[in-house]
Design a protein around this ligand. Sequence first.
Ligand code: CU
Length: 110
Amino acid sequence: MKTSLLVLAVIVATGMSTMPSYADEMAMPMSSTQAHSHEAIVGTGTVVSENKAAGSVTLRHESIPAIGWGAMTMEFKVKDKMLLDKVKKGDKVQFTLSQDGKNYVITNIK
Ligand SMILES: [Cu+2]
């Protein structure tokens, strides 16, 4: 009986001594990178060509660090073909991307 009380006392003492550091961890702010996963991804680039019938636009875009992309020329699908009415070949544009499965779709361009 005395032994089990001693064990209990040790457990309580250990718990007490580790509690302050645990509380410090809980008080730390969340990693800012984790909070960004659902934010809009914004990029800039130049319109190389557009295909209204297909609902796609080819952009020579600058690097997009938010998703780890370097600068490149590539074709994007647009969420709404109406977005292509606002742009033409040679335009410098700012565009917003949204992840759609494996691909990124342009949800806004201006
Ligand atoms: Cu790209």
